[in-house]
Design a protein around this ligand. Structure first.
Ligand code: DGJ
Length: 733
């Protein structure tokens, strides 16, 4: 059985949308150069070089990966390592973390690869080094790819394995996407971690000798994307200097391992996590890994963040809506929870229209049998609840469109409640081990089963055909337990996790292909499924069910370290476990990504509605800079009781600055933050004059400064009291 490559599907999607990547194509020779002494390739990006060599014994070794200034480095030195292969396998000496582990038909568990061929090809308009290796004894062919996106300083790596034999199955026990090897040094790792309601929390740890792995076995992304930054311990956090970074394109179980040798290099290996998994590679068939994106910059952590954001925005997010500004959303969830009705929807959409909302979305609760959250019933019945919407969804959709807004709907295709029709009719369609109860309220449909895939495809084609829907919020509120598939052949049962995710991707892709206008949002109990596998198929993502603006500052700051602002959905609600936070502060927090409102706006006071109107109008004006510009994270809430974010347009002629005070100080203390009260802006044109203006303050006619004044001298921190915020617009004179 052959699993269709993730890359091929993305290719088809891009071709279908007609997006012309050729415009950006680099000449392969510019970035991938064959070299002779030692024999191999030099891969160059804006500021990095990746050296690959073929040894005299036919092994393929990454030599040096780091600053392009060292591109001439052709011989061994302290930064050069040959202890780890380009595709490290289980076999030979065990001093590395393997990316590939196989068992051959005769039970040999050792692989040994030798170089066969290498060529520069073009994949989706980009130069790509394709290298074929094979096992010296067994019929295993290993093809590894390095696709180069030079202007973002990133490489995309992936591996395909093929059983070239006529008989005998090879069992794949591990297939990662690839590895990079950093020169011998001591390093600091930055990554994200979290749980539901507290996603994307920044972590920073020294990598001591040994193995550190960030991973997920919960069948989603674990409330943090598979993403990292690594810098030498000698480099200060905010300083420019060598920084490696990366992110994985996968939404099932994943792992990124950091294997630090005692005195030697740091190996970073990322890919699918084969925990509880094995793949039967039958003769003539292949298995392809998802992509691992890796990068290097001389610019330090801030530039690594900007490179990754630009790369994801311009190269990863689905091409169909990549360049579209994301609309202002209204979502019914926190207004009605499961009790949404036609009447309430009509009431909310009129107010939303008046506020300036552009996309009205009905969240959970609209379908048959979804009576309340306690019993969690009805999930799987994707037809309208006639008690709540007696005339179907059409009247609300029509009213939304008549009001000039787009219409969105929440779905959760992969999960079901046991009382859903589909479970009653096909009890074997859910993951299960007979006799085990597991989660009694909510089960996951086994999409590895083609019948389940076809059922879901048909169901959602019907839903989208019968209703003029512009936006889908695709939720997934379960972690996989009892991953059994008793009906499948025994050997295939341990492939189920990989097969399931492949079909989730296939389902999204097929629906996108048939309904190209629809914008998709990924969601998973908040931000439980954020990764480049999802973000290459979904246009944006919901971050957290924690909509408290203070908590959000931390959640969003962490998210924006790794992912672009135009993928970050943030609603204004009334939720705050802290002291009451004014509505304008909430808007200022939510305006730093894709703005939405998720509150019962029928209960908002006239004054609150006026604030909302003017904030939405302001957001529409600054949106191109926020969603498509370059972010400078000026002040971190993790280090101060303040936060500042600056977004610059790509030509640096427009800038938007968000400043927030967090909590106050105890009575009697001096009002002082431990950091500097001078805020220095970044990225502006030094000689250019800019008008700096308090947004929303009609009395402020603006003050003119040069870019260099704003960057070198800076401005005084503009806020005095707790829970106060201010947005500034900075425009060329
Ligand atoms: C979890 C999501 O994070 C919420 O926004 C909401 O859509 C609920 N699911 C609905 O069940």
């Amino acid at each position: 059985m052959r699993i269709k490559g993730f890359i091929q599907r993305l290719t088809v999607l891009i071709l279908l949308t007609g997006f012309c990547l050729q415009l950006k194509a680099q000449s392969p020779g510019d970035v991938i150069t064959p070299v002779d002494n030692p024999k191999g390739w030099l891969i160059k990006t804006k500021s990095s070089v990746y050296q690959l060599t073929i040894t005299a014994t036919g092994a393929l070794k990454p030599g040096y990966y780091g600053s392009k200034a060292q591109a001439g480095l052709g011989k061994k030195n302290p930064a050069w390592t040959e202890t780890i292969d380009e595709v490290p396998v289980r076999g030979g000496l065990p001093f590395k973390t393997p990316a590939l582990e196989v068992v051959y038909a005769d039970n040999a568990r050792d692989a040994e690869l030798e170089y066969v061929s290498g060529e520069v090809v073009t994949v989706d308009g980009r130069p790509t080094l394709k290298i074929v290796q094979k096992d010296k004894l067994y019929p295993l062919q290993v093809t590894s790819y390095i696709r180069v996106l030079a202007e973002y300083d990133v490489l995309e790596k992936w591996i395909s394995v093929k059983n070239t034999g006529a008989k005998g199955t090879i069992t794949v026990e591990n297939l990662a996407s690839g590895n990079i090897v950093l020169p011998a040094d001591e390093y600091t790792l930055t990554h994200l971690s979290g749980r539901d309601l507290f996603e994307f929390q920044l972590q920073e740890v020294p990598l001591s000798p040994g193995l550190k792995a960030i991973q997920n076995r919960g069948f989603k992304s674990n409330f943090n994307p598979p993403w990292f930054q690594v810098r030498p311990q000698s480099l200060a956090k905010d300083a420019a200097g060598p920084t490696w970074f990366g992110a994985l394109h996968y939404s099932g179980n994943w792992q990124i391992a950091f294997d630090k040798a005692f005195e030697g290099p740091l190996q970073i290996v990322g890919g699918m996590y084969f925990w509880d998994t094995a793949w039967q590679l039958k003769p003539g068939t292949s298995l392809e890994s998802p992509k691992l994106t890796v990068g290097y910059t001389d610019g330090g952590a801030a530039v690594a963040t900007q490179d990754m954001a630009a790369y994801v925005r311009n190269e990863v997010l689905p091409a169909a809506h990549r360049n579209d500004l994301r609309p202002v959303i209204y979502n019914t969830w926190e207004a009605t929870y499961y009790s949404i009705t036609e009447q309430k929807a009509m009431e909310l959409l009129k107010i939303a229209k008046d506020l300036g909302v552009e996309l009205f979305t009905i969240d959970d609760g609209w379908f048959r049998g979804r009576t309340d959250g306690r019993s969690q019933s009805g999930l799987g019945n994707w037809d309208v609840d006639k008690n709540k919407f007696p005339n179907g969804l059409s009247p609300v959709i029509k009213a939304t469109h008549d009001a000039g807004m787009k219409f969105g709907l929440w779905i959760e295709p992969e999960n079901v409640n046991p009382n859903a029709d589909i479970v009653q009719q096909h009890p074997n369609w859910i993951f299960q081990y007979p006799g085990r109860k597991g989660n009694e309220f909510r089960k996951i449909l086994n999409l590895a089963n083609e019948d389940v895939y076809q059922h879901l495809l048909k169901t959602f084609i019907t839903l989208l055909q019968e209703n003029d829907i512009d936006f889908i919020k695709w939720d997934q509120n379960n972690a996989l337990s009892e991953p059994g598939w008793p009906d499948a052949p025994v050997a295939m049962q341990r492939e189920v996790r990989i097969r399931h995710i492949a079909n989730v991707y296939r389902l999204v892709e097929e629906l996108r292909k048939r309904f190209p206008k629809v914008l998709f949002e990924s969601c998973s109990s908040g931000g439980g499924r954020v990764d480049l596998g999802m973000l290459s198929r979904m246009d944006q993502t919901w971050l957290s069910d924690n909509t408290d603006p203070l908590d959000r500052l931390y959640i969003q700051y962490g998210y924006l370290k790794a992912m672009p602002a135009n993928s970050m959905v943030s609603w204004v609600t009334s939720t705050s476990r802290h002291q009451p936070i004014p509505v304008d502060y909430r808007f200022d927090v939510s305006m730093t990504g894709v703005l939405g409102i998720g509150n019962d706006i029928s209960k908002w006071t006239p004054a609150e509605r006026e604030v909302a109107k003017s904030k939405i109008a302001l957001y529409k004006n600054i949106r191109p800079v926020v969603q498509q510009g370059t972010l400078y994270q000026l002040v971190s809430p993790y280090e101060h009781n303040r936060c500042a974010l600056q977004y610059n347009s790509t030509d640096n002629k427009r800038s938007v600055l968000f400043c927030y005070n967090l909590g106050g100080y105890l009575a009697g203390s001096q009002f002082i933050d431990r950091g500097s009260k001078t805020l220095k802006l970044q990225g502006l044109i030094p000689q250019q004059k800019y008008t700096v203006k308090r947004a929303g303050d009609d009395k402020d006619k603006g003050t003119v400064y040069t870019g260099s004044e704003l960057m070198d001298i800076g401005m005084t921190w503009p806020l005095k009291d707790a829970n106060k915020s201010q947005v500034f617009t900075i425009e060329v004179l």
